[in-house]
Write a protein that binds this ligand. Sequence first.
Ligand code: COA
Length: 168
Amino acid sequence: MNTLITGERLKLRRAEMTDLKFIMELQYKPENLKFIVPFSENFHTEIINSDNSKNMDVIIEEIATGAAVGYFMLCELDDIGVEWRHVIIDKKGIGYGRETLKLLMKWSFQVKKFHRGWLDCKTYNERALHLYESCGLKREGLIRECILVNGVYEDLIVLGILDREFRE
Ligand SMILES: CC(C)(COP(=O)(O)OP(=O)(O)OC[C@H]1O[C@@H](n2cnc3c(N)ncnc32)[C@H](O)[C@@H]1OP(=O)(O)O)[C@@H](O)C(=O)NCCC(=O)NCCS
């Protein structure tokens, strides 16, 4: 079964090889690229063709049209937690990011019963920080100068949420 979870307007489903072009183009759109560190086509190919037990590429699909409107990656799936990476919405500003986060948390905590979910975010990504914090994620720390972007070291903020906080 390809579908992870279905919401009001969106469905989250496992990516397939036919989604690879969409994922690569989405990562490299300038409005997205400045906020993420893209992965190579080979890496995505490996993940899509894997058994999904450790990492999974997920497509955010618009139910009304069946079109892919975003993607994210589930990483380092283990008994305790899950890292959410690269939350990217193509159709921005119409609440799809918020619905995706809600579905992602529902799947992680209610379906998979993880104890914690977390992600990192650039310090100047105000839209994403607003979205994450308004969905209940808490700032857990700052990793200083951990990525090099165009010759400049940048910081990442770690945000996370626990299962009990999600239930509250
Ligand atoms: C960040 C992203 C995932 C959000 O998805 P989205 O569908 O655009 O978001 P939504 O429409 O659901 O909600 C955006 C929220 O941010 C708010 N917002 C928009 N621009 C903002 C800004 N510059 N500063 C603060 N908040 C902002 C909106 O008002 C809305 O909040 P509200 O619901 O409280 O009114 C999407 O814009 C995106 O893909 N950005 C580029 C890639 C990226 O940054 N990914 C995250 C990597 S950590």
